[in-house]
Design a protein around this ligand. Structure first.
Ligand SMILES: Cc1cc2nc3c(=O)[nH]c(=O)nc-3n(C[C@H](O)[C@H](O)[C@H](O)COP(=O)(O)OP(=O)(O)OC[C@H]3O[C@@H](n4cnc5c(N)ncnc54)[C@H](O)[C@@H]3O)c2cc1C
Length: 392
């Protein structure tokens, strides 16, 4: 998506302002608001209520919620990650598919900063519980102490050896995102485990040409799966890949195998597993599941007080809308834990009633940022003089 003048991420028709909200343009004057400031590294405080480690869709959504629910929040993000690998975006309603992962993330980062979160590009290498119960996070050139940490660190796909096609042009890492583009196209699935065998059979829902490539390695799928596989029209090719053939547009056209055989393909899925980024979770003593994901409850809270986890690093479908949903639930869950009011009855008995000088409950810094943002948002939109002919 092209981000112009800080306008919201709609592709195609520009947006018009209607009673404080946005809707697709009609043939009215095109207007833009300018309150999404350019994304830069923030000057960091030493203490926050919430730190989000990882700035993919999961972490940025968690940060959006904690910020808009009034909590001092910092996002510390190394950059890259799975969303950044997307050449185009699928399955995110309201975002057109020509939006790249980097464009999507940049807009999200700007939104979160515009609401008042701090953003810092860095790798968090250590995390420890302090005596006062808070958590210290150490990055290469930053250190923060926080009440609550959200781990949104994702995973890395285990990559097979080259030769391989280009990601998004014949090499695909996301079945639920990309199976649709292979309807009636020849497809390969690579790997020797259960997942590879299952995905090969699943792809028969989309096309009648599916090959399973073991690349010279011994199959490790179960005998039962082997019988199931034998009952489906999937060709198993054991020879390793010797050469890749691409078209002028960069898309895969064929694989040539070591025995000289050439098979035409549009693309395929390597299935070699995931390396979960759980170093920080382990340093904080968080419980992991047998598959390496972080164990969480329904609101993304881990087994350790003050630590949540969201997105690809927790169990679930590895999809942006799912990661965003988990981020939203975790952000709201953190607000329930951290918000000042209502003061519980036992605290009213020990500390007294809430007095007017104790409210509002949010910090002076967040209060100032929200006021600044809301003043910008309420400013009259700038008329550009252009008209749009897009239909409502
Ligand atoms: C090629 C590809 C295409 C895809 N296409 C789609 C699609 O079209 N639609 C869809 O719904 N899904 C798609 N997916 C899946 C989607 O990208 C993921 O489900 C989603 O990005 C998960 O979000 P996340 O925030 O959990 O993790 P990520 O997007 O992986 O972000 C994790 C972030 O955490 C950072 N990080 C990790 N450890 C640290 C640390 N210690 N300190 C600081 N930062 C750290 C990483 O650098 C990264 O920026 C695709 C995936 C791939 C690989």
């Amino acid at each position: 998506m092209v981000v112009r003048d800080g306008s919201y991420p709609f592709r195609g028709p520009s947006v018009t302002c209607s009673k404080g909200g946005y809707r697709p343009a009609t043939d009215q004057l095109t207007v833009t608001r300018t309150y999404l400031h350019p994304m830069t590294d923030s000057e960091l405080e030493s203490e926050y209520e919430v730190a989000v480690v990882g700035g993919g869709p999961a972490g940025l959504t968690a940060a959006l919620y904690t910020t808009r629910l009034g909590h001092d929040t910092v996002v510390i993000n190394r950059g890259g990650g799975r969303a950044a690998m997307m050449l185009d975006t699928h399955n995110v309603i309201g975002v057109t598919e020509d939006v790249s992962g980097n464009e999507f993330l940049r807009t999200a980062q700007q939104q979160v900063q515009a609401y008042g979160a701090d953003y810092h590009r860095d790798f968090v290498s250590d995390a420890e519980r302090l005596e006062d119960g808070r958590i210290r996070l150490g990055a290469s050139d930053a250190e923060v102490v926080v009440d609550h940490v959200v781990l949104a660190t994702g995973f890395s796909d285990v990559k097979p050896d080259p030769p391989l096609p280009r990601t998004g042009r014949g090499l695909h890492w996301c079945l639920h995102c990309d199976a649709y583009m292979f309807v009636d196209q020849p497809v390969w699935v690579m790997g020797t485990g259960e997942a590879a065998a299952k995905v090969a059979m699943i792809m028969l829902n989309f096309t009648d040409e599916v090959d399973l490539l073991t690349r010279g390695d011994e199959p490790e799928w179960s005998e039962e799966t082997d019988r199931q596989l034998a009952a489906h029209p999937v060709d198993i090719i054991h020879e390793d890949v010797a050469e890749i053939e691409k078209g002028e547009d960069g898309w895969l056209e064929a694989l040539v195998f070591e025995d000289g055989r050439r098979r035409a393909y549009r693309g395929g899925f390597p299935m070699y597993g995931s390396d979960y980024n759980t170093d920080l979770a382990e340093q904080l003593g968080v419980e992991l599941n047998d598959d390496g994901t972080v164990a969480v409850d329904d609101h993304g809270h881990t087994s350790v007080e003050g630590v949540s986890a969201v997105g690809d690093v927790v169990p679930g479908h590895n999809q942006i809308p799912v990661a965003m949903g988990q981020g939203a639930k975790a952000g709201i869950g953190i607000h329930y834990r951290l918000r000042e009011y209502p003061r519980p009855l036992d605290e009213i008995e020990s500390e007294g009633e809430v007095t007017t000088d104790q409210v509002p409950g949010i910090s002076g810094r967040m209060r100032e940022r929200a006021r600044e943002h809301n003043a910008d948002a309420a400013a009259p939109p700038v008329e550009t003089g252009e008209t749009s002919s897009a239909d409502d």
